[in-house]
Ligand binder design. Structure first.
Ligand SMILES: C[C@@H](N)C(=O)N[C@H](C)C(=O)O
Ligand code: ZN
Length: 202
């Protein structure tokens, strides 16, 4: 991998990982091209910032769980070709029950040039440190619908509070939220603003 990238585990050995695109539990229903190991890779700058977030949350009895980090361009291209195969809807019920898969790009739920491929974007949630259970965010990771938007108002007080804890912790250490997905964050001071990498995750 390029010199300025690292495995997140090197910076945060205790972090929880559930690398969804390595396996089949994702919106395509199958492993995604470019993921050969269930590891999380980020630029060193983003990994260091995330280390600060994790330390800060641990003091409150919480921790991070990562679903996706650096994403090779070939994975993004795989998402694009998947979206064009209209009758392949094996994971629709769980991930995009009310939407037509061909619209997921134009609705902003998947990008054809993704911040993830620049190496400083991460998809993640909060877990309780005592039982490792995910906090209720009102919608699961990669649920494509309005309910995943930050400004969706029909959530319980607890769900709003949980999203706020994550958003404020990430913001404190330099990550900006994405209005359409509560789980997606990009380091503001990312080192590669225009480079989309394509090395394999392994
Ligand atoms: C697909 C989802 N996890 C995600 O990361 N979406 C944004 C828009 C992206 O593809 O960059
Ligand atoms: Zn994302």
């Amino acid at each position: 991998m390029p010199q300025n990238f690292a495995y997140v585990k090197e910076f945060i050995p205790t972090i929880s990982l559930d690398m969804r695109y390595f396996g089949s539990h994702n919106f395509t229903g199958r492993p995604v091209h470019g993921y050969e190991k269930p590891v999380a890779i980020l630029t060193k700058r983003a990994a260091l910032a995330l280390q600060q977030v994790e330390k800060y949350l641990n003091k409150q009895g919480l921790a991070l769980k990562i679903f996706d980090a650096y994403r090779p361009q070939r994975a993004v291209d795989h998402f694009k070709s998947w979206s064009l195969v209209i009758n392949d809807t094996i994971a629709k019920r769980e991930f995009y029950p009310q939407l037509d898969k061909k619209n997921l790009f134009k609705l902003g739920f998947i990008a054809s040039k993704s911040g993830h491929s620049r190496g400083s974007t991460v998809d993640l949630t909060l877990i309780d440190l005592t039982n490792k259970k995910e906090l209720d965010m009102g919608a699961p990771f990669d649920f494509f619908g309005d309910i995943s938007h930050h400004n969706y108002s029909n959530l319980t007080t607890k769900q709003k509070e949980n999203r706020k804890i994550l958003r404020e912790a990430m913001a404190k250490f330099g990550f900006k939220a994405y209005d359409k997905e509560w789980w997606h964050y990009t380091l503001k001071d990312e080192p590669y603003r225009k480079t989309y990498f394509d090395f394999i995750v392994k």
